[in-house]
Write a protein that binds this ligand. Structure first.
Ligand code: URA
Length: 433
């Protein structure tokens, strides 16, 4: 088999075989095919696409390039979730404890934030002492013992994806549905769960800007999951608006704790109940209606909160943050952002809010930037609300005073105000089975 023949075949729009795809993935992972030829291959895929079979074969080749976590000696159906990333998306911190407290084991590997989107690992690390770098053995042991572990990617999972992603990043080949779906799903399948709930975010703060694009990505990922023998569902959820009111790591942990105490923002609570119910349904706990009741009860009776405390203790964190969120890192500077006009908020672009939070110190522009866990934004008003000139719209939290001017200018550019009330679109925009 020759790499050039495979490049030409895809360039000319023909379907590749499983063997050809595996040849490229293995060859590149073992440094036997150079970057320039794989770049040409990726560009051919970008323009010509891959069908459902090819996308599954690519996923499987990347999945088998490294370790696969073995959860088979843990009783029950093990479930996982994945969000394509958004602003203020702290759902894992809430859903994991809800689902585990209902008796369905959750094994979740998460990532760090980059650009305007946050990452669950950064959020958890804002809890003093919390460890996210679990070994594979410790990860499995925690799921077996307490039904819940959330960790950074452990071991050598899907190393081919790491190489392919880095090359795609510098060759203009990120935005292809098959490549994105195979990249995400190879890592999800390597994490070893039996069932996966996907949260495909759509809107200004998300990777997928339209419901149509999000649905196409959801379909591709669900097809891969089925092809690999998993239970899988994708929910398409709203990300024109940030989820909840807090954006930034420790601020989001505090908000997640409020939701688990039954006192969180309504939008965040609703999306969490919907995603958790889906995971419970995959876990064999009944219909969506039954599972919605189970999830709501786990919030109401405090069992989900207790499960979070158990996970924090188990992973070395300070469990006292649950009772007393003031033990989380606190920014020394807090300033109000005020309305310069009266009316109804038509929209507050999530992407710009995420960028403002990043400027304040909560995010990374590049992978090597160090984040400040205490910084970010807490919104006091959201799209749809009535505001009066001079009224505070948000509190900015930072350790670096010089960041405030740039963050505030981003915030003013994020908001559109009009004289008439504005209806907001629903939070759950679609479902792909
Ligand atoms: N996230 C991933 O892990 N891979 C992609 O290709 C895009 C987003």
């Amino acid at each position: 088999m020759h790499i050039l023949d495979i490049i030409l075949k895809k360039r000319n729009g023909r379907k590749l075989t499983r063997e050809e795809i595996t040849f490229i993935v293995d060859g590149y992972t073992k440094d036997m095919i150079p970057d320039y030829q794989v770049s040409a291959f990726l560009m051919a895929v970008y323009f010509r696409g891959m069908d459902q079979d090819e996308t599954l074969w690519l996923t499987e080749a990347m999945l088998h390039s490294g370790d696969i976590v073995d959860l088979s000696n843990i009783p029950g159906i093990k479930v996982d979730k994945h969000s394509t990333g958004g602003v203020g998306d702290k759902t894992t911190l809430i859903i994991g404890p809800i689902v585990a407290s209902c008796g369905v084991p959750v094994a979740k590997m998460s990532g760090r934030g980059l650009g305007h989107t946050g990452g669950t690992i950064d959020k958890l690390e804002s809890i003093p002492g919390f460890r996210t770098n679990l070994s594979k053995e410790e990860f499995v042991e925690n799921v077996r013992e307490i039904g819940l572990a959330v960790a950074g990617q452990t071991g050598n999972l899907a190393p081919a994806d790491k190489k392919f992603y880095a090359l795609r990043d510098v060759t203009g080949t990120i935005e292809n549905i098959s490549l994105i779906a195979a990249s995400i799903m190879s890592k999800k399948l390597a994490s070893g769960s039996d069932a996966i709930t996907l949260d495909i975010k759509t809107g200004s703060g998300a990777f997928m800007k339209t419901v149509e694009d999000a649905t196409v990505l959801g379909r591709a990922m669900v097809d891969i999951g089925h092809g690999a023998g998993k239970k899988i569902t994708a929910l398409i959820t709203e990300m024109d608006r940030p989820l909840g009111l807090a954006i930034g790591n420790a601020l989001e942990v505090a908000e997640a704790i409020n939701v688990l105490k039954g006192d969180g923002p309504q939008d965040l609570t609703q999306v969490c109940i919907e995603l958790a119910s889906n995971m419970l349904m995959h876990g064999g706990k009944g219909t969506m209606e039954t599972c919605r009741r189970l999830a709501a009860n786990a919030l109401a009776d405090g069992s989900a909160m207790m499960k979070l405390v158990e996970m924090i203790k188990r992973q070395g964190g300070d469990p006292g943050v649950a009772e007393d969120p003031s033990r989380l890192p606190k920014a020394p500077i807090q300033v109000e952002w005020k309305a310069d006009i009266s009316g109804y908020i038509h929209s507050m672009q999530a992407e710009k809010l995420g960028m403002a939070s990043m400027v304040l110190g909560a995010g990374r522009k590049t992978k090597t930037d160090v984040i400040d866990p205490s910084s970010g934004i807490v919104l006091l008003k959201k799209a749809g609300d009535r505001i009066d000139k001079g009224e505070p719209l948000a509190i900015l939290h930072t350790s670096v005073e010089e960041t405030i001017a740039e963050a505030t200018s981003l915030l003013y550019s994020s908001i559109r105000v009009q004289s008439e009330p504005v209806e907001q679109r629903p939070l759950i925009l679609g479902r792909v089975e």
